[in-house]
Design a protein around this ligand. Structure first.
Ligand code: AR6
Length: 187
């Protein structure tokens, strides 16, 4: 199983459906409206039930939606996880409109919320690489580097960060990126 251990935290790659993960929090690839959509977003709301959308609506009423690169947290409803962290990745428009920074921020703020709420295991999908068309090779490196940096900065915060890749092909891309990150770390 592709994984890397940093201090007391394991960063692990698996293939599967994020909605079925037994972790403290799953991350949803949401959009700025927070009111649902396709892909991970559709699956999370379907599997978690209406409580999630009800809380999203309360957040929208309070603060408007959620900007690109930001994140909010709700109940996980009927899911096995305790919480859903909804983050909005950037839409890829060629790479010149801050897409990399937006993606980095989506991962970082999601992990920040997990830490603030004492959630010690977090599962991410491959944010922005579906409907938002971010090239997955590039996205995988950003995702893993951002997680590794966070885990190093907050050594006691997390037991596990799990990437749940939907297809074998996506898992292979992330596994290659993880090898690259490991090689860089080893110097
Ligand atoms: N479990 C794990 N990964 C999944 C699942 C699942 N159940 N379903 C899809 N993926 P996307 P985005 C993969 O489109 O690109 C929504 O409409 C998928 O194959 O879910 O950030 C929102 O409302 C891909 O690799 O998220 C937004 O409008 C990855 O998850 C918009 O899509 C992300 O695909 C967000 O687009």
């Amino acid at each position: 199983m592709p994984e890397i251990t940093i201090g007391a935290t394991v960063v692990r790659l698996v293939q599967g459906d994020i909605t079925g993960q037994r972790v403290d929090a799953i991350v949803n690839a949401a959009n700025s409206s927070l009111l649902g959509g396709g892909g991970v977003d559709g699956a999370s709301h379907r599997a978690g039930g209406p409580e999630i959308l009800a809380e999203c609506r309360q957040i929208v009423a309070r603060q408007g939606g959620c900007k690109t690169g930001h994140a909010v947290i709700t109940t996980a409803g009927a899911l096995a996880a305790q919480k859903v962290i909804h983050t909005v990745g950037p839409v890829w428009t060629g790479g010149t409109r801050g897409e990399n920074v937006g993606l980095e921020s989506a991962y970082e703020r999601s992990l920040g919320l997990a830490r603030e709420h004492g959630l010690r295991s977090v599962a991410f999908p491959s944010i922005s690489t579906g409907a938002y068309r971010f090239p997955i090779d590039q996205a995988a490196l950003i995702a893993l580097n951002t997680v590794v940096r966070f885990v190093r900065q907050h050594a006691d915060a997390l037991d596990e960060v799990r990437f749940v890749l939907f297809t074998e092909a996506d898992l292979a891309v992330y596994a290659r990126a993880l090898d690259e990150v490991r090689d860089t770390m080893l110097g």
